[in-house]
Write a protein that binds this ligand. Structure first.
Ligand code: ARG
Length: 235
């Protein structure tokens, strides 16, 4: 039931899940962000053509890829074994850990994961942040399942955090830092996970994966990767 591979040099459709700044956001009806610029630059180095972007909830991206709605995922998706059972990834293009966000000036100032026990907390459905809440807190018996709130995207989670409906969010560090600049939330602490993001492709799409890897190496070599980083990160 996996869709056919894209022919060599064919047209590809990219999929992402906006609401994850600065990697992918919808601004005035336009899809923008680091992943958008990076994938476009990478594909530009190959003989494939990017015909457009489709947006999904994060948790639907993998099935959209395997069923052929899209040909590549560019969604700050962490490369991990569970996902590699279903799809393939390019080489890593970004490294990240997780952050725990609380409301700005909150009395609740957790310092480690177990401090989140007994508090209503949130993450985006299908993310590695959700996976940590499950494995490190719920499975460990530190958090009641009913205290975990699964959101369609992190923008909704941040709004609930600002409103006091939840006490903390688990989200990738660069995204937490962006929300900290733009919204009434702050990073309480970081939790090291050593994640690396890759572009996702179908397992039968070796040619496309190799072309994207070459494109990635080229944009890293020719300074384009650095230019795109400078545009989206205050580094
Ligand atoms: N890196 C995390 C993961 O792979 C979160 C990615 C969320 N991406 C997004 N576009 N909403 O699970």
């Amino acid at each position: 039931e996996t869709a056919d591979p894209v022919g060599e040099g064919g047209q590809i459709v990219a999929g992402t899940a906006p609401g994850f700044p600065p990697f992918e956001m919808e601004e005035g009806g336009d899809l923008v962000g680091f992943d958008v610029d990076l994938l476009e630059a990478v594909v530009g180095e190959t003989d494939y053509e990017l015909s457009g972007w489709e947006t999904f909830e994060f948790g639907s991206l993998i099935s959209a890829l395997t069923n052929g709605r899209i040909d590549v995922i560019a969604a700050a998706m962490t490369i991990n074994e569970e996902r590699e059972e279903v799809i393939a990834f390019t080489d890593a293009y970004f490294e990240a850990n997780q952050s725990i966000l609380v409301a700005s000036g909150s009395d609740f100032q957790p310092e480690e994961l177990s401090d989140l026990g007994g508090h209503p907390i949130g993450a985006q459905k299908g993310t590695t942040g959700e996976g940590i809440i499950q494995s490190e807190l719920i499975d460990a018996g530190d958090l009641e399942e009913s205290n975990y709130n699964a959101y369609d995207n992190y923008v909704l989670a941040v709004t609930d955090l600002e409103n006091g409906n939840i006490d903390a969010i688990v989200v990738d560090v660069p995204v937490a830092e962006t929300f900290q600049q733009e919204r009434d939330v702050e990073v309480a602490f970081e939790y090291e996970t050593g994640e690396a993001y890759g572009f996702g492709v179908r397992q039968n799409d070796d040619q496309l994966r190799e072309a994207l890897n070459e494109g990635l190496a080229a944009v890293e070599e020719n300074g384009t990767y650095e230019d795109i980083s400078a545009e989206w990160f205050n580094t």
